[in-house]
Design a protein around this ligand. Structure first.
Ligand SMILES: NC(=O)c1ccc[n+]([C@@H]2O[C@H](COP(=O)([O-])OP(=O)(O)OC[C@H]3O[C@@H](n4cnc5c(N)ncnc54)[C@H](O)[C@@H]3O)[C@@H](O)[C@H]2O)c1
Ligand SMILES: O=P(O)(O)OC[C@@H](O)[C@@H](O)[C@H](O)[C@H](O)CO
Length: 386
């Protein structure tokens, strides 16, 4: 079985590549980083270290790579022959890979081979569906009809913390042992792909919302509040009672929403939260707040981890107090190496908080969420001035 995976980065190598090779797939990574691609082409393998109580070293084999900028023809040929296509490039990059993916799928449609599934493994709701829309924009009416018949874009939720890698080996990746990969069965075309560790479900929404609005909400609140209070890593921030209490409070809020929306069992959800908090404090993971807070404009998006649950809480007559604190903390994120952080600071100084939130997060200026965030923003200012 052959898989083409876009994005040979942390989650690509440390999770998707590891799972797919273990399941018997030969994996062809597609990336734009020449050094990474060349190293994968030469070595055809890499090491994954599972950072549990003991470190477990896995050697991954059966992989290669292609450079999408210099070898687009070969990428198309690989897609035309693949049994599975996956991505982990980041939500904002899906648009950029769509033309090449569309060209590969067109070639496949012409050759009339068996059905294929394309699974976007990104932290976003409806990632594969979004990618499908981007891909079909590059196809003719006839090609779209054929694609509807044979190419599935099942949505998915993926969970494993893979921090920025700092080792000397470019390909080695250290990850937490925990993982969860859930795929929506109804989006699959042809036979269900046999992937070790994947759970197929009928409705993905409760799973992706549970993941994004717990793991990623907690992570984001920790990163933004932690950064504001002078901490460099998630673990350091979580050890500070001020940050830990805020993160826990935010997860109680999203928990109340998830229980109201999806009927989650309270005790089970509390256990889920406890597990996640213990993952954040894994002493063997060094995860910079700069990574977890990266791309703040995306993270402040209307259905993303902070504003998404906060707006929905208001609809359920619940008050997103701690989430508003997290959103306010995000507005201070001024990481110099992060283009979205620079853009966010420019917008805030030009237009102020209310207009910026309306523009990037779709929160109406008159919304009670805007008022709450403004209040919490002033409180943060007072706290950091002390
Ligand atoms: N790291 C985690 O803990 C984690 C966990 C779950 C989900 N995710 C999600 O996985 C995705 C990737 O995150 P990551 O942490 O692996 O990031 P990363 O930056 O380590 O990896 C992204 C990779 O995509 C490549 N890329 C960029 N543009 C490309 C293009 N046009 N074509 C092909 N490749 C391209 C980059 O060169 C990089 O190697 C994101 O959506 C993220 O939210 C990450
Ligand atoms: O990848 P992002 O930028 O959407 O979010 C940063 C982290 O919260 C994220 O990568 C987590 O580590 C991951 O989602 C855990 O499964």
């Amino acid at each position: 079985m052959r898989a083409v995976h876009f994005g040979a980065g942390n989650i690509g190598r440390g999770f998707i590549g590891e799972r797919l090779t273990r399941s018997g797939y030969e994996v062809c990574f597609v990336d734009v980083q020449a050094q990474l691609v060349e190293a994968l082409q030469q070595r055809k393998g890499y090491d994954v270290h599972l950072l549990g109580e003991e470190v477990e070293a896995l050697h991954i084999t059966g992989v290669t790579a292609l450079n999408s900028q210099t070898e687009p023809e070969r990428v198309q040929a690989a897609i035309a022959q693949a049994d599975l296509v996956t991505t982990a490039v980041g939500p904002t990059v899906l648009k950029m890979i769509a033309p090449l993916l569309a060209a590969g799928l067109r070639r496949r449609l012409l050759s009339g081979t068996h059905p294929l599934n394309v699974v976007a493994c990104e932290n976003m709701i409806g990632g594969s569906s979004f990618l499908k829309d981007e891909v079909t924009a590059h196809l003719t009416h006839e090609e779209r009809q054929e694609l509807e018949r044979t190419i599935g874009f099942p949505d998915a939720a993926v969970d494993r913390i893979v921090p920025v890698q700092s080792g000397a080996d470019l390909l080695q990746v250290s990850v937490e042992p925990f993982y969860e990969w859930v795929i929506e069965q109804s989006g699959i075309k042809g036979g269900t792909p046999a992937i070790d560790g994947v759970t197929y479900v009928d409705g993905l929404t409760p799973y992706i919302e549970r993941k994004l609005y717990t793991v990623n909400t907690g992570h984001a609140v920790c990163a933004y509040a932690g950064r504001l209070l002078g901490y460099d890593t998630i673990r350091e921030a979580m050890v500070a009672p001020r940050v830990a209490a805020l993160v826990f409070g935010a997860l109680e809020e999203t928990g109340a929403l998830l229980e109201a929306k999806h009927g989650f069992n309270r005790r089970e959800h509390q256990d889920y939260i406890a597990k996640i908090l213990s993952r954040f404090t894994n002493p063997r993971l060094t995860d910079p707040v700069a990574r977890v807070g990266r791309s703040p404009i995306r993270k402040l998006g209307q259905s993303d981890r902070l504003v998404g649950p906060a707006l929905q809480m208001l609809e359920h007559q619940l008050k997103p107090d701690r989430l508003a604190s997290g959103i306010a903390a995000a507005l201070f994120f001024d990481e110099v190496d992060d283009p979205e952080a620079i853009k966010l600071q420019q917008l805030l100084s030009q237009d102020g908080i209310a207009k910026t939130l309306q523009a990037i997060a779709g929160i109406p200026e008159e919304s009670s969420l805007t008022h709450l965030v403004l209040q919490r923003y002033r409180e943060w200012e007072e706290e950091i001035d002390q």
